[in-house]
Design a protein around this ligand. Structure first.
Ligand code: ARG
Length: 588
């Protein structure tokens, strides 16, 4: 909660008691940011509810609260509006004080959390020997952003890549590897992932078409599970090749995370089933070991079990996730576990969490949450594909974003008769291209599907990365032109408001803290994008009105005051973009 909100809450609490008596202590003042500047900056909405309870007119109740309210240090006299809303407008003098404090604080007024937690963010998590697809890209980008916000708030974050590196598919893969590439097991770097994805498809084809191959693949699974050294060697080779290819993408995105694949939990699977048996939750159904979770039914309305051990004795994806929850709580000491996958896995996680809760594996102080996201679709709302109808490779998708921005930039340099070095062009294209892909993912409400469009994400106008990055370049340009070292402006220079555009910008800057704490709670990065977009717009309005708000040409002390607004905007944009995983350019 920001300090103004905290102050108003305390004062309202006192006024409610003074107006209505001790019985009403602790009444929630329902204080929110105003949706419309017409109604001031904050609005308290509790009078209507209180009126119903007490049986009086809401406006009369609002009036008696206002009569007992002292907020003069921070706000103009509160106004009562409509049926009984109490509206607050923050005084410019208070805004100025808060901005000074923001300017003096290297964290821009965003404190570290009161109670830092041990948090696990489980994200990205592609599958070995399969292509990393746009869904994994979305998980990677969202997960990195969420981890960054939590880290910035001082939490101890463990970023885990729950790679799909185990399962029956390895039987056919290893068998096919032996058959088609006998040399693969003797030479280390014989294959790259391109080959392995093809290999997967070919192995699958053999598996589907040849019953003998199918049977032999089953035997391979058994050998692998028994840790036969040669099978393990082949398995490692497959994992290693995939890993290298995944790393190329992580490097380009500048995303760090630790691999802890499904196989890591193999030693703990038997105990999961054993302990479920002890707690009495386990039921045998058609030879499989299951847990029936209340509230889950199939299409026919029959209870839908979570299978934890298949008829053949094998464990599955759910068993692994149950073992992982236990490990993460018991050994990693996680207090909050966040899973970032497509919405299609919502039922899986709901069932896993429910089973873990029923078995008492999730203590009171631990919060587990699935953070679902929608599909990334191609133009026309169909599955995303290349022009030839092939599935899109992530590397090519990133390349295309970079190439397109390079073309745009080169064309702009010609129209602006600007000369830049090839290194400058290369670096700008890379940074902006990758940022545009990230931003287009993050700026959408993650719960909805969205249509991927290079044109939209690279546009210089609108809620896009290039727009935001340009907004950052402008205040940097001012400091270059005026030969000003922003860091030497001092923390105590007075902030002076001469008009609405400065006040609007100031108020928006001060919303940074509540926005970040909101994202820490709700895990919706699009709110941060929206905040930064509006910040850029408000800054641009102020900057563009050069007649009313000259900056470098202004007289002191106005000049320093406006330079501080520029500096704060630049710092807030830089921090916000950094939390999105986007680095800024000083010049574009
Ligand atoms: N490998 C899975 C997939 O590609 C995602 C894993 C998500 N994490 C988890 N703990 N289940 O769909």
């Amino acid at each position: 909660m920001n300090s103004t909100l905290a102050y108003l809450t305390t004062q309202l609490d006192r006024a409610i008691v003074a107006a209505l008596g001790e019985d009403y202590a602790g009444t929630d003042p329902l204080l929110v940011l105003s949706s419309n500047p017409k109604f001031g900056d904050y609005q308290a909405n509790m009078a209507m509810g209180l009126a119903k309870k007490i049986g009086q007119q809401p406006r009369a109740i609002a009036q008696s609260i206002v009569d007992n309210l002292d907020v003069a240090a921070v706000c103009e006299p509160p106004q009562i509006a409509g049926p009984g809303f109490i509206n607050f407008t923050v005084k410019p003098s208070h805004l100025a004080t808060q901005l000074q404090a923001m300017q003096a604080d290297s964290r821009l007024g965003v404190p570290v959390a009161d109670k830092p937690q041990r948090v696990i963010v489980d994200f990205s998590s592609p599958n070995i020997a399969k292509e990393m697809h746009v869904g994994h890209l979305r998980s990677t980008i969202l997960g990195d952003c969420i981890a960054r916000v939590l880290e910035f708030r001082g939490h101890d974050v463990l970023r885990l890549n729950h790679v799909g590196d185990w399962g029956t598919q390895f039987g056919m893969l290893i068998l096919y590897l032996r058959e088609a590439y006998p040399q693969a097991l003797t030479t280390a770097d014989a294959l790259d992932l391109g080959d392995i994805v093809v290999l997967y498809q070919q192995a699958k084809k053999r598996f589907d078409e040849d019953p003998e191959f199918k049977e032999a693949a089953r035997q391979e699974v058994v050998k692998l599970q028994a840790k036969d050294p040669e099978s393990i060697k082949a398995w490692k080779l497959l994992c290693e090749q995939s890993r290298r290819e995944f790393q190329v993408i992580y490097d380009r995105l500048h995303v760090n995370l630790a691999e802890r694949g499904e196989s890591f939990y193999n030693p703990y699977l038997a105990a999961v089933v054993e302990d479920l048996k002890v707690t009495g939750l386990l039921v045998e159904s058609d030879g499989a070991q299951c847990v029936f979770v209340p509230g889950f039914t199939n299409r026919d309305g029959d209870p839908l079990p979570l299978i934890v051990q298949k008829t053949d004795g094998g464990y599955n994806y759910a068993t692994t996730d149950l073992a992982a929850i236990r490990y993460r709580i018991q050994t990693d000491k996680a207090e909050r576990i966040i899973y970032i996958t497509d919405a299609g896995q919502a039922d899986h996680f709901a069932q896993v969490f429910q089973v873990a809760k029923s078995a008492n594996w999730i203590p009171e102080n631990v919060e587990v949450s699935h953070v679902p996201f929608g599909l990334v679709l191609g133009e026309g709302g169909k599955k995303i594909k290349t022009r030839d109808g092939e599935s899109v490779k992530l590397k090519e998708l990133l390349d295309e974003a970079v190439d397109r921005f390079r073309n745009d930039l080169e064309a702009r340099l010609v129209t602006e008769s600007r000369e830049e070095t090839p290194e400058f062009i290369d670096n700008s294209a890379n940074v902006v291209g990758i940022s545009a892909v990230k931003y287009s993912d993050l700026s959408q409400n993650r719960t909805s599907n969205y249509i991927f469009s290079f044109d939209k994400m690279l546009a210089l106008q609108g809620n896009t990365a290039p727009y935001m990055m340009y907004a950052y370049v402008r205040p940097q340009g001012i400091s270059r032109r005026g030969n000003i070292d922003y860091d030497s402006l001092g923390d105590n220079a007075p902030i002076i408001f001469t008009g609405e555009l400065e006040i609007n910008l100031a108020k928006h800057l001060l919303q940074l803290e509540p926005i970040i704490t909101e994202i820490e709670r709700d895990l919706l990065p699009n709110r941060l994008c929206q905040y930064l977009f509006e910040l850029s717009q408000k800054f641009n309005q102020f900057y563009d009105d050069k007649k009313k708000y000259p900056i470098l040409e202004a007289e002191e002390p106005l000049r320093t005051s406006r330079l501080i607004l520029c500096h704060l905007t630049a710092k807030a944009l830089k921090l916000g973009l950094d939390l999105l995983g986007i680095s800024v350019l000083e010049r574009m």
